[in-house]
Ligand binder design. Structure first.
Ligand code: ROI
Length: 159
């Protein structure tokens, strides 16, 4: 199983995430199994940017991790993503591979698990909604992590 983190904070982020979820259903050799609710989250990194909308999707795919990454980057560009030199800046769409099966990757194009996975409420809570029984590759039980946290800076939106 593969889990994708979706994020947007520009140009009607709710619509961007809904459209991206739809486009994930159209990827080749891939099935969208389910997705979380949408969440509003305060920006991590530079604070002088709009709040984000975040969600997580669970996919089953026969694409390789790098093939999937290319497909996701194509969708980001299709939805108007402009890569700036500035790190952690606002964006219309961010699609991150959080986990690809239990794979570890240090490829310069793709670090797996995603380095932000263990730290970010806007990833952990929607991931938990998708997969409440998940055990992370480092052996941590997602449910235990959630129980120890405070969902600070995160608001689940009514669908
Ligand atoms: N902050 C939030 N809340 N959500 C994101 O998806 C997100 N993505 C990013 C940075 C700029 C690090 N901050 C974020 O890439």
């Amino acid at each position: 199983m593969t889990y994708i983190g979706l994020g947007s904070n520009l140009d009607n982020p709710i619509q961007q995430i809904r459209l991206a979820l739809h486009r994930l259903t159209e990827l080749p050799d891939t099935r969208l199994c389910c997705h979380s609710s949408l969440y509003r989250s305060v920006p991590l990194g530079a604070m002088d940017q709009p709040d984000y909308i975040n969600a997580v999707a669970k996919l089953e795919t026969t694409l390789s991790a790098l093939q999937l990454l290319s497909e996701l980057q194509r969708l980001e560009i299709q939805q108007g993503r402009v890569r700036t030199s500035e790190r952690w800046s606002a964006r219309t769409l961010d699609l991150d591979i959080l986990l690809y099966n239990q794979m570890d990757s240090q490829d310069p194009r793709l670090t797996l698990p995603h380095p932000g996975l263990y730290l970010r409420n806007f990833v952990l809570y929607p991931l938990y909604e998708c997969e409440p029984d998940l055990i992370l590759p480092n052996g941590q039980v997602l449910q235990t992590m959630i129980q120890k946290r405070i969902p600070q800076g995160l608001e689940k939106l009514l669908s």
